[in-house]
Design a protein around this ligand. Structure first.
Ligand SMILES: [Zn+2]
Length: 90
């Protein structure tokens, strides 16, 4: 029997997003919006930087870290931002 996937419950999850920009670390607070978490302020400007997303299933739990290299520059090939680039060559 298939078990339904548990929905993510932002109520207990603790998510911290830290942008490691060339100007230093910027912590971006996330606020629940329905089933999603949205950043309550815009991401820092800049061409490319690393974003560290730290997720705790519940407050006090061992955190899981996800590192994302975010490149906000626009790709000359597809006109998408580099992090959303749809080109196959790169
Ligand atoms: Zn592209």
């Amino acid at each position: 029997m298939m078990r339904p996937l548990k929905p993510v419950t932002p109520a207990t999850q603790v998510v911290t997003v830290t942008a490691e920009t060339t100007d230093g670390r910027v912590t971006i607070p996330l606020t629940p919006n329905g089933d999603a978490l949205v950043s309550s302020r815009p991401l820092p400007a800049g061409e490319a930087y690393r974003v560290v997303v730290q997720v705790r299933a519940a407050p006090g739990d061992k955190p899981k870290n996800f590192r994302i290299d975010l490149n906000l520059a626009t790709c000359s090939g597809c006109q998408h931002a580099e992090y959303a680039c749809t080109c196959t060559e790169h």
